[in-house]
Design a protein around this ligand. Sequence first.
Ligand code: F6P
Length: 342
Amino acid sequence: MRIGVLTGGGDCPGLNAVIRAVVRKGVSTYGHDFVGFRDGWRGPLEGLTMPLGIPEVRGILPRGGTILGSSRTNPFKIENGVEQIKNNLGAMGVDALVAIGGEDTLGVATKLHGLGVQVVGVPKTIDNDLNATDYTFGFDTAVNIAMEAIDRLHTTAESHHRTLVVEVMGRHAGWIALHAGLAGGANVILLPERNFDIEQVAGYVEKRFQHQYAPIVVVAEGAQPLDGQMVLHNQELDAFGHVRLGGIGQWLAEQLEAKTGKEARTVVLGHIQRGGTPTAFDRVLATRLGLHAIDAVNDGDWGKMVALQGTDVVRVPLVEATKELKTVPLERYTEAEVFFGS
Ligand code: F6P
């Protein structure tokens, strides 16, 4: 078979590990041939390719980002986009696709599968918000980066008796905030799944100062106050209809300073959470997902996504993975509340 591989959406550490595993097993075990599609769905749409064989995947296991490039291109938003993809795949003799992506990229894969394209999906995102898989690779790395930042912020916050607000990514899911906040010993963690009461947050901050420690407040970019709105960079939507989040950390610091009388500053971790080398957990997960994805392709098991369930990698229908977001259940948040303000 000739197999196309693409990576779409926001990049994350571990993408290269998947590409490497798919190609290494695909060539050495099954004798398949590969073509790399550049920049997500833009690759098959515009016929942008690069060679993808064993020499191209040597040495990429620890590298962050993606050697294929990425984009948030949505072929369903482009006139004749789907026909163009089908024509290009046919002209290049590509029999099947391995699509590595999150909600949006795999949403496109699901629809294309319904239209006759032979595709297998691999879940990725630092947000960990894909259904049907317990974890996505990239998440563990992002959490570790945020945890390390929080560890460092504790010492400087305490030296200056300041509140430090750490804004983390995650879009509409609070997984990064919850895990990084728990691992880093945050004074309070604020998630998109539960609107927060600013008076209560100010109370937690006060209490922490009373204990002679400075508070670290971890806030997910999608969190919002009880009587307020999500903070947006601007009103523009991307090709998948997403708004660009960010700014809640600054708003929160201003409110906390005004309410507690103690200086408050904000650190926005932003794309640092998506950059650099993957953790061992993410390298292993990404590698295993890649190995199972090429098995699914070899079996002709189209329309499936490989997923981590417990410690096993299984195949699930793509449609299961993309029908709704996996957000933080309230009972998981409640577990963390015991540490708030103490
Ligand atoms: O989905 C991954 C993610 O990093 C989100 O956490 C964040 O909201 C978004 O992508 C940012 O996207 P971009 O890099 O396109 O601004």
